[in-house]
Ligand binder design. Structure first.
Ligand SMILES: [Zn+2]
Length: 258
């Protein structure tokens, strides 16, 4: 919360909502103009895409916008510190909602128009959901959610295979890549079967790339050492000396509960 003082005069209470562009993000600003008690502007960054502003009743939207524009550096700092935190999967796919992708926040903007079906385009940090104008909001949200899940899956399939190959090429005792499977798992990030198949949790696509590499290397080491004994840790540390730091980073990311 940040409070900036100003003189006030009595006006009626009212509310306004508008969008503000800051760097690559569109911020949803909800402004409460309070006549009696509010003598200063108070800005609160609720999440990296939402602001709540309490302003004196005599302020106009143009004045609030000018004020926010004059505080861009402060806002950017607040947003950056929120973005640096692990961003849990919210499941809400509303206009301007944020979604974790490789440890960063990606914003999903709705583009409502003459579209036949819901489709997602664009590249991080901004994705566009093309939404048919005729569809009810709840139905649209469900379809955008399904579409985003498919998008995550496609990104995961391409990137996981590429990173697996990257590590196979660098581990001399591995002749060829193991069979790779992707699954949404609730209790673990990866596993290695006795048949030598590696399964990676699709949700790894939401964590930083160094965490994905850590899980891949960990599971590849299980192809040689099935348990977590000394030999396993020596093998893992030989390939990824900073595996512990990566593991700690991954621990901060919650496993999905759905
Ligand atoms: Zn293990």
């Amino acid at each position: 919360m940040c409070v900036f003082h100003s003189a006030a005069s009595p006006q009626a209470n009212r509310q306004e909502r508008f969008s503000l562009q800051l760097n690559t993000f569109t911020l949803d600003c909800q402004v409460n103009y309070s006549a009696r008690r509010q003598r200063s502007i108070a800005v609160r960054v609720l999440d990296p895409s939402r602001l709540r502003v309490n302003a004196p009743g005599h302020y106009t939207q143009a004045q609030v916008r000018a004020f926010l524009n004059s505080r861009q550096r402060w806002l950017s700092r607040q947003i950056a510190s929120l973005q640096a935190r692990p961003c849990p999967w919210s499941g809400h796919c509303r206009d301007n909602s944020l979604h974790p992708f490789l440890g960063q926040a990606v914003q999903l903007r709705w583009h409502t128009g003459n579209h036949k079906r819901v489709r997602i385009s664009g590249t991080p940090p901004t994705l566009v959901a093309h939404v048919p104008a005729t569809l009810p909001v709840a139905e649209t949200e469900a379809k955008v959610t399904a579409c985003l899940q498919r998008w995550y899956r496609q990104q995961a399939e391409a990137l996981f295979a590429q990173r697996l190959q990257h590590w196979v090429d660098r581990i001399d005792w591995l002749q060829q890549p193991p069979v790779l499977k992707l699954r949404r798992m609730r209790s673990r990030w990866g596993s290695c079967s006795s048949r030598g198949h590696i399964t990676l949790n699709t949700h790894l696509i939401q964590t930083p790339p160094e965490c994905l590499d850590y899980v891949i290397v960990h599971e590849l080491c299980h192809l040689r050492e099935m348990n977590h004994g000394r030999a396993f840790h020596a093998l893992q540390a030989g390939i990824l000396p900073d595996w512990k730091t990566r593991k700690n980073t991954l621990t901060a990311f919650p496993l999905p509960d759905h």
